[in-house]
Design a protein around this ligand. Structure first.
Ligand code: SAM
Length: 274
């Protein structure tokens, strides 16, 4: 490899890391292991607790990534749309959908959640799992979701919660990462680790949803901490004690105050009737 090619590759890797951790192939690969399946199952159960019963003509998965939940959502809709800003992840989704087609017509759309290329009032349900914390203008994305949602449609949002053990660890890491970043820059090197993202607390998320014209109907939590940090490297599986902790939380996740203390807040809302 020539020096110029090597430098070009380094620059590309840096650009991908800065664009978002999901641009690395390790991101979607991690969901293919047993730990990844387990995480998806915990989140899917929280989503199921939150969904309203109605069948939806069209369900839009906003920020669908590599389509981790599309198969899970398929029985809830006659037609699915997966929208994401990452061409790479949409490519991964397209590939597995070709190999194992979904039971309902599914369209993948490359676009931003802040400019959804759909008619106003054209979808009956929107899911948005771990996405808005990465969007600089979260309010614009919520307003867009509200615009494309049909009257009476449901919006199911999963958003990271500061007020949780996972959030506390994350908050403690902020000053440490800031110091490391400053040190690396002083040494003339560009840091490649992620910037802190826009997590939330329940009161501010509720205010944000209401300002976007949405009415909150239901809140629950999903708990994965500290599973992300403690898993067996050999089997890529969660340690049993932490699985048990996550399971115990699930039994309490619909009760106050526990519903506000999960690593993820899982919320169902609908557009406020005008
Ligand atoms: C942590 S991943 C979650 C993906 C998927 N919802 C899941 O749970 O597997 C964050 C996703 O948000 C997407 N994303 C970030 N900013 C976006 C934007 N402005 N519009 C649409 N998608 C966006 C990324 O491309 C990535 O797929």
């Amino acid at each position: 490899m020539t020096l110029a090619t090597e430098q070009h590759e380094k620059k590309e890797v840096l650009a991908r890391r800065k664009a978002g951790f999901w641009e690395r192939t390790e991101y979607d690969r991690a969901f293919r292991g047993s730990f990844g399946h387990y995480m998806t199952e915990v989140e899917a159960r929280a989503l199921d607790r939150c969904f309203g019963e109605q069948k939806n003509a069209t369900l839009l998965d906003l920020g669908c990534g590599h389509g981790r939940f599309l198969r899970h959502f398929a029985p809830r809709a006659e037609r699915l749309i997966g929208l994401d800003r990452s061409r790479r992840l949409l490519g991964v989704a397209r590939k597995w959908m070709q190999d194992e087609p979904l039971p309902v017509p599914t369209e993948l759309v490359w676009a931003s959640a802040t400019e959804i290329p759909l008619e106003a009032g054209s979808v009956d349900a929107i899911t948005c799992v771990r996405v808005i914390q990465h969007i600089p203008d979260q309010d614009a994305a919520l307003a867009e979701a509200c615009r494309v949602l049909a009257p009476g449609g449901q919006f199911i949002l999963v958003q990271y919660n500061w007020l949780s053990p996972h959030g506390t660890i994350r908050a403690l890491k902020i000053p440490i990462k800031a110091a490391l970043r400053a040190l690396l820059r002083a040494m003339g090197r560009e840091p490649t680790f992620d910037e802190p993202t826009g997590w939330t607390f329940w009161p501010s998320l509720r205010a944000q949803l209401e300002a976007a014209g949405l009415e909150v109907e239901r809140v629950t939590g999903a708990w994965l901490f500290p599973l992300q940090y403690f898993r067996s490297r050999s089997s890529n599986d969660a340690w049993p004690v932490f699985r048990a902790l996550a399971y115990a939380y699930e039994r309490l996740a619909d009760l106050p105050p526990f519903r506000y203390l999960g690593g993820y807040l899982v919320v169902r809302c609908r557009p406020r009737p005008s």
